[in-house]
Ligand binder design. Structure first.
Ligand code: PXP
Length: 246
């Protein structure tokens, strides 16, 4: 099976920094360490309220990173302007609700087509790889394809929180969505709520090409260090994939 890319989301390094408002810990330093530990890309979500990642972080990451940057953003004119200024490798379009603690669901690409269409087009035309963060649902995959996005990221939050029979049912939902999305020509990514305990079944889905993982890795880094946390996730993903690094 092909190797699965790991995108490390560093938002919560910035969350800790923002708790004091200074410069430590640095998301850029975390990104460099994650890259050295086997991350294939770095993901950062510039939220409209700037609660963690700042515009300056994006500028720094863009300047210093040697691996692809995936900018998560709401579909707004402000974020589109920022994306065009920094030209990250990829932009993942997410829904944003100021009250939420995290991105609680996928974007409704089917219902918001009129609003999303010009934004996706501008980013695609600028050479940025656009992905839509959607629920694992056929309707959303068809809508993402119709919008012209080459990539979808399947929201694994419901799977991650489920137990027992629900866990299996939601895993199958992600798996079926991945197969359907790939069959209509979309590149498939996935993420949200993934941990050492629940990553393997998702990593074993052959159509998925990339996982974006943040909160758990940064939390685990408190105990074992970021390098060790990223290395272990990388190893679990490779094991699930049957990839043995020489
Ligand atoms: N992918 C997307 C689009 C997200 O919005 C997030 C959360 O910021 C993640 C992946 C990572 O989720 P988690 O922090 O739960 O690993």
């Amino acid at each position: 099976m092909n190797k699965l890319r790991l995108g490390v989301n560093i938002d919560h390094v910035a969350t800790v920094r923002q708790a004091r408002g200074g410069t430590h810990p640095s998301p850029l330093r975390a990104a460099m360490l994650a890259a050295a530990a086997g991350a294939d890309g770095i993901t950062a979500h510039l939220r409209e309220d700037r609660r963690h990642i700042s515009d300056h972080d994006i500028a720094q990451l863009r300047q210093a990173l040697h691996i692809p940057l995936n900018l998560e953003m709401a579909a707004t004119d402000e974020m589109m302007t920022i994306a065009l200024k920094y030209r990250p490798h990829a932009c993942c379009i997410v829904p944003e609700n100021r009250q939420e603690r995290t991105t609680e669901g996928g974007i409704d690409a089917a219902r918001q087509r009129t609003r999303l269409s010009p934004i996706v087009k501008v980013l695609v035309d600028a050479g940025i790889r656009v992905s839509m963060f959607v629920e694992p649902d056929r309707k959303q995959l068809d809508a993402s394809k119709a919008l012209g996005a080459p990539v979808v990221e399947l929201h694994t939050g419901a799977y991650s929180e489920a137990h027992g029979a629900d866990h299996q049912r939601l895993l199958e939902k992600v798996s079926k969505a991945a197969a359907y999305g790939a069959s209509i020509g979309l590149e498939i990514h996935a993420g949200h709520g993934l941990t050492f305990e629940n990553v393997k079944p998702i990593a074993a889905i052959p159509e998925i090409r990339e996982l974006n993982i943040g909160h758990y890795l940064i939390g685990e880094a408190i105990f074992v260090g970021l390098e060790s946390s990223v290395r272990r996730m990388r190893l679990l993903m490779d094991e699930a994939r049957g990839v043995i690094e020489k």
